[in-house]
Design a protein around this ligand. Structure first.
Ligand SMILES: [Zn+2]
Length: 385
């Protein structure tokens, strides 16, 4: 027996009573639970890309709701008595949020269809995100226009009509999402904006959607994927974004208007300071190493972490002065070392082989090798001596 969908006629009802037709213990996603079929329900199942309603049956949590062949199955944490009357209630704040997102999506998709001729080929509505896929490319400018028009439709507070037209009536209606469906087809109409086959609960008037905001646009399978937020979700996002901006103005001790310019200026200043710092470090290092007597043939130097450009300059300077093997290690014993080794008289690849005992990773030419290694200074000195 097909389940009577109480949410079809009243998307705002939260409580209902029903008769238990069956209750079977099952394992679902590795969880022991019960598959409960009622003669009627307010629980909207997972369908058409929308996640299911949440709620309770006789104070027992409903953890999932599925539909197959028009029979709705509730998965509950505990059993209920077959043939008994049960009371069900749905989490309306969750349901209403889904209604806001879904009705917003219909207006958006209706406008995409009428203005650009693209079809909605994917819809996903979960607790965390709402995505819509279209089979054509929309630009950021298109999105601005669509967003503006959707929100105008919201302000107009248009009544949304749902119903099951007869076959004859259906033949004369131009609606989206036509599918070869057996049985009655539910049509959701937003006059002036959209007409679409849809099984989900919707708000009564567009004003209840509150607000629609596109938060992300990405290319997807030759078309686009949009992430949207409606109603309370959009408001929460707005609040979080403002909080973030205000935190940044606090950190930067400036107003919102100057925030972007201040951060850009700070980035430029940091880049310039980094360049000055690197050149000062290099000068200091070279001055320090110039005190090593030229008579010393082999030189091994350990220094704190520095960038590879400085390391190259230093190793080249050392090689100008010292005839043997010049090794420069930058880093620490704890974190490991980056190294450059050069020589005019010895094949550095042979030196590299000596570092293999410390699992050194590196390579190079006979004149110079480089890599990274983790070992004590003493062990490295011994290996190179
Ligand atoms: Zn729909």
């Amino acid at each position: 027996m097909e389940t009577i969908k109480l949410y079809d006629n009243d998307a705002y009802a939260t409580e209902f009573s029903a008769k238990v037709l069956s209750c079977t213990p099952v394992v679902r996603n590795n969880i022991d639970c019960y598959a409960v079929v009622l003669d009627r329900t307010l629980f909207f199942p997972e369908e058409g890309g929308q996640s299911p309603d949440k709620g309770k049956i006789n104070d027992i949590n409903v953890i999932d709701v599925q539909i197959s062949k028009n029979i709705i199955t509730h998965f509950t944490e505990a059993p209920v008595q077959t043939d008994s009357e049960v009371k069900g209630c749905i989490d309306f704040s969750h349901r209403f949020s889904n209604m806001q997102q879904h009705s917003g999506e219909h207006i958006f998709s209706g406008l995409v269809s009428s203005l650009y001729g693209f079809n909605n080929v994917g819809f996903h509505l979960s607790d965390n995100s709402v995505t819509m896929d279209y089979d054509g490319v929309l630009t950021a400018k298109d999105i601005d226009l669509l967003e503006k028009k959707v929100n105008e439709a919201i302000y107009k507070n248009i009544g949304i009509i749902t119903g099951y037209p007869s076959k004859e009536e259906l033949a004369s209606i131009d609606y989206r999402c036509k599918k070869e469906l057996s049985g009655a087809i539910r049509i959701v109409t937003i006059p002036g904006y959209d007409c679409c086959a849809c099984c989900a609960p919707h708000v009564k008037r567009t004003g209840e959607i509150g607000l629609l905001k596109v938060i992300q646009l990405q290319n997807y399978k030759g078309g686009v994927r949009l992430h949207i937020l409606c109603g309370k979700r959009a408001m929460d996002h707005f609040r979080e974004s403002l909080y973030l901006i205000d935190s940044l103005t606090d950190v930067m001790t400036t107003g919102r208007d100057n925030l972007k310019a201040n951060i850009s200026a700070m980035k430029t200043e940091i880049q310039s300071l980094n360049t000055s710092l690197a050149s000062a470090k290099q000068e200091l290092l070279l001055a320090e190493l110039s005190s090593i007597p030229e008579s010393l043939e082999n030189v091994t130097v350990f220094k704190e972490k520095t960038d590879s450009f400085i390391m190259r300059t230093v190793i080249n300077k050392l090689a100008e002065k010292h005839k043997g093997i010049c090794s420069f290690f930058s880093g620490s014993e704890e974190e490991g070392w980056a190294y450059f080794i050069t020589s005019k008289t010895v094949d550095c690849r042979e030196v590299q082989k000596k570092l293999a005992q410390f699992n050194a990773r590196g390579g190079g030419r006979s004149e110079m090798v480089s890599g990274s290694v983790k070992a004590s200074k003493e062990a490295l000195r011994n290996a190179l001596s």
